[in-house]
Design a protein around this ligand. Structure first.
Ligand SMILES: [Zn+2]
Length: 382
């Protein structure tokens, strides 16, 4: 009896040890694996054009049918919170790709907050380096693309475009993410049949001298993307300018798309008639801020879209704009677009511009004229 009791005690002890070891192993390796494994394919592709607030900025979240995630741009500096909130809302714990279309603060300003808060697999940008210039020109690294336009020193207290880029670069280095430069023609497989293709920039990069007719060279070198999923297609224009569109038109590219994220917040220097004729969009989404002073969106752009019978959606009037599609007609629709709120004003009425957003007028980037005008206060309404 004694022997048998001892044997039983040993077996229990071994079992306890094994269970403890198993539990520990699960805690250490099993749980992280469960957290990082891709979610089950849903068959649904989502595109959320985020509302980053009244100060202008782009940020678009794509979630593929297999759960891969892409963030295109990250709003303005210090405005990472609405983006991080959206990532939480859509249960994104890791971004597969972060794409910075061009190094202006209204596109990369919140990138440091995003990269500090969430793991990013690969960061893709256009390779334009707007770092604060080193004291000696000899220290410029070989191979790095030079800034297309010298950034004049600012007299005001507003941070320079260079310092925003420094923060982006610093966060990128600390994040441990892979870094790639966008190459026109390269495709990224998001799984489930969803593919992102880089359409621009194309070498040689636009220079300030080429912008005499209007527009801005840094914008003109934006990354332009095409997203395909079954019968659905969408263009993401970044802050591309008419010159970018003309270059794309000159190439043998499939530019026809069901939906277009309009270039440069609806600036009058982009979304040309010739380009729209090739794209033939059914719906246009404009990411713009209600406090912008650049006349975004321009009435001329809205008129061109209206003439094409395209539907128009605007983040300044409707907040976040969310598109879902199964890549084929489902319940009578190829895709569905929902807005966070109903527009209180006419989406077909543009905004008056107080400032020009072309290189020739000294435009550098949004925010370069100080804080936006105050919205009508409660006091003035009374
Ligand atoms: Zn912009």
């Amino acid at each position: 009896m004694k022997r048998s009791t001892r044997g039983c005690g040993c077996a229990i002890a071994v079992l306890v040890v094994l269970l403890a070891a198993g539990g520990g192993a699960f805690w250490k390796w099993g749980l992280p694996w469960l957290r990082t494994r891709p979610p089950k394919p849903t068959g649904e592709l989502q595109v959320h054009v985020l509302d980053v607030g009244p100060i202008e900025g782009d940020s678009i979240l794509i979630i593929s049918p297999t759960g891969k995630s892409v963030l295109i741009d990250a709003g303005d500096a210090g405005k990472g919170k609405p983006i991080l909130d959206a990532l939480k809302r859509y249960k994104i714990e890791r971004l597969d790709y972060f794409i910075a279309t061009h190094p202006h603060p209204d596109h990369i300003g919140g990138a440091d907050e995003v990269m500090n808060a969430i793991k990013v697999g690969t960061v893709i940008d256009n390779g334009v380096d707007l770092s604060t210039p080193a004291p000696s020109p000899a220290s410029v690294k070989k191979g790095a693309k030079p800034a297309p336009t010298p950034i004049p020193a600012k007299k005001s207290k507003v941070k320079s475009v260079n310092s925003f880029f420094d923060e982006y670069k610093d966060a990128l280095q600390k994040s441990g993410a892979q870094h790639e430069m966008a190459v026109a023609g390269k495709k990224y497989d998001l799984g489930g049949g969803a593919i992102v293709t880089v359409l621009a920039p194309n070498e040689p990069f636009f220079t300030r001298d080429q912008m005499k007719g209007g527009g801005n060279d840094t914008n003109a070198n934006s990354i332009v993307l095409r997203l395909d999923y079954g019968d659905f297609s969408m263009l993401f224009m970044g802050d591309a300018e008419e010159q970018t569109e003309a270059r794309l038109l000159g190439k043998d590219l499939n530019l026809a798309a069901k939906v277009i994220k309009i270039a440069h917040h609806g600036s009058k220097y982009a979304t040309s008639e010739n380009f729209l004729k090739r794209v033939q969009p059914e719906a246009a989404i404009i990411s713009d801020g209600e406090w912008n002073r650049y006349g975004h969106p321009a009435q001329s752009v809205l008129d061109r879209l209206k003439a094409m019978n395209a539907k128009c959606f605007r983040t300044d009037l409707q907040g976040e704009i969310s598109l879902t599609t199964r890549g084929k007609i489902d319940a009578g629709k190829l895709y569905d677009i929902k807005t966070a709120k109903d527009a209180k004003e006419d989406v077909w009425t543009g905004r008056e511009g107080q400032k020009d957003d072309a290189s020739r007028s000294g435009f550098i980037a949004y925010g370069d004229f100080g804080p936006p005008p105050k919205a009508k206060s409660e006091k003035s309404k009374k």
